[in-house]
Design a protein. Structure first.
Ligand SMILES: Cc1cc2nc3c(=O)[nH]c(=O)nc-3n(C[C@H](O)[C@H](O)[C@H](O)COP(=O)(O)O)c2cc1C
Length: 234
């Protein structure tokens, strides 16, 4: 298969839907999300939702260290960690969304991701960060997919120059670790200062476990995140 030719798939358009539909929940409303992709190729950065910082204690990143928290998340475990980071260090959240949503059906998704990885295909994104140069520190979070960085996050790294920035990886996974994800980030950000990453167990969709970072587990992970952030001094 030619590089960047979308693998074909049998399912109908109706079978494809967004992560929010998968979970039946509005996920990121009110989370200070930096969004605004109006077409497939460019982005306008705008505050789409009302950020919570006026009402809560969310710290604001200072002018000297502007923080962007980029994440990709299907079942909201990685998103939960992204939100914790924001609560601790401030900054803006940016959710990576493929222009064409991935299939809801898990087995169909796994086959598609396999094909994409085999082909080196990196799907176009709904939007890009318009002014990546404005940020000094970029947290970069994804679930492990196929023991790798999910294809849309590879697209993000190709489309944005993170050179000269602090890049801080984070990950959730189904219990098998980060695989090659963190190494891929290092390899594809040769001019960045890639910091010690954070990884924790999230869900395991294969076994019907979707959002696992909730309730008591959420508090456990919050403590892990706090320790990690103190250790890396961001
Ligand atoms: C397509 C797919 C592939 C996955 N591959 C792996 C894997 O190789 N290793 C692993 O530990 N977990 C794997 N998982 C589980 C996810 O990494 C885990 O559920 C993660 O917490 C999901 O994060 P999210 O809720 O932010 O989407 C996979 C999940 C999906 C949907």
């Amino acid at each position: 298969m030619r590089e960047n030719t979308p693998p074909t798939s049998d399912e109908s358009e109706n079978d494809r839907t967004s992560r929010r539909n998968l979970l039946g929940a509005a996920a990121v409303a009110g989370s200070g999300l930096l969004a605004g992709c109006l077409d497939g190729s460019s982005s306008e950065t705008e505050e789409q939702n009302t950020p919570p910082q006026s009402e809560d204690e969310t710290p604001q990143s200072t002018d000297e260290n502007r923080v962007l928290i980029v994440f990709f998340s299907r079942t909201e475990n990685t998103q939960a960690v992204a939100e914790m980071i924001r609560e601790e260090v401030g900054g803006e959240l940016f959710e990576v969304l493929p222009a064409e949503p991935y299939p809801v059906d898990y087995d169909t998704l796994v086959s598609q991701v396999d094909e994409e990885n085999e082909a080196g295909y990196t799907p176009p994104l709904q939007c890009l960060v318009e002014d990546i140069g404005a940020y000094d520190t970029v947290f970069f979070g994804a679930p492990t997919w196929d023991m790798q960085l999910p294809p849309p996050m590879k697209t993000f790294l190709r489309e944005h120059d993170l050179g000269g920035k602090n890049v801080v990886p984070f990950n959730t996974n189904g219990g098998y670790g980060v695989g090659s994800s963190f190494q891929t980030i290092e390899d594809r950000c040769p001019n960045a200062d890639v910091r010690e990453g954070f990884s924790t167990r999230g869900g395991l969709e294969r076994d019907g476990v979707y959002l696992a970072i909730k309730e008591d587990r959420r508090e456990e992970v919050r403590a892990e995140v706090t320790d990690w952030l103190q250790r890396i001094r961001i």
